[in-house]
Design a protein around this ligand. Structure first.
Ligand code: GAR
Length: 209
């Protein structure tokens, strides 16, 4: 049985592409499979990437529903129809409702372009640049009901002694994200990720794949 993954996007979808490329099905080799992609926007480039890879797509735009809760309920039903083991937020730029997060609790991860808990929310890279930090990074974390507050699965840092150029930093962030996110999915699929009983905030990686 493959480990079934759904991905939520809002834009470019470069992280989605990294997941698609990393988990491109090899004959007879079991592992995670990207089975569906949903976007909060119809014009997200990532939808094109998914279609090119033969992955089923759908759009769940808030404005097509009475409110966010209704959209999230419809999105949750669509994801559930796909019998997913994991839902990955890969550049999904909207806050999901509490009921949605509880529905997928423990099966929902997000990639965020900062070393959380620093710079949660939108424009994390701009926030870090404006603050003048000397170390930045990427976090993959389980999603809870706060904004980027869930338990950390993986983090990777890089130094930037005097960073000014947004494009260059975005490039470095993406380079890390495109390795870290597939790695986190691989570890979760392998059953290598568990929560510390004494402190469920702490994620333990119990084996390497
Ligand atoms: C990524 O850098 C991701 O970390 C960030 O959006 C970008 C999406 O790029 N997510 C957030 O800021 C979430 N708060 P992509 O569409 O090319 O994968």
């Amino acid at each position: 049985m493959p480990f079934r993954v759904g991905v939520l996007i809002s834009g470019q979808g470069s992280n989605l592409q990294a997941l698609i490329d990393h988990f491109a099905r090899k004959e007879g080799v079991p592992g995670p499979e990207i089975v569906c992609v949903a976007s909060s926007r119809a014009d997200a480039l990532g939808l094109e990437r998914a279609r090119n890879a033969g992955i089923e797509t759908a759009v769940f735009d808030k404005t097509d529903h009475s409110d966010r809760d209704a959209r999230d309920a419809a999105l949750g039903n669509w994801l559930d129809d796909h019998n997913l083991d994991l839902v990955v937020l890969a550049g999904f730029m909207e806050i999901l409702s509490g009921p949605f997060i509880r529905r997928f609790e423990g099966r929902l991860v997000n990639v965020h372009p900062s070393l959380l808990p620093a710079f949660p929310g939108v424009n994390a890279i701009e926030q870090a640049l404006a603050y003048g930090v000397k170390v930045m990074g990427v976090t993959v974390h389980f999603v809870d009901e706060g904004v980027d507050t869930g338990p950390v699965v993986l983090q990777e840092a890089f130094e930037l002694p005097y960073a000014r150029d947004m494009e260059e930093i975005e490039h470095r962030v993406h380079e890390i994200e495109h390795r870290l996110l597939p790695r986190a999915v691989e570890l979760i699929a392998a059953g290598a990720v568990s929560r510390d009983e004494s402190n469920p905030r702490v994620v333990r990686i119990t084996q390497a794949t």
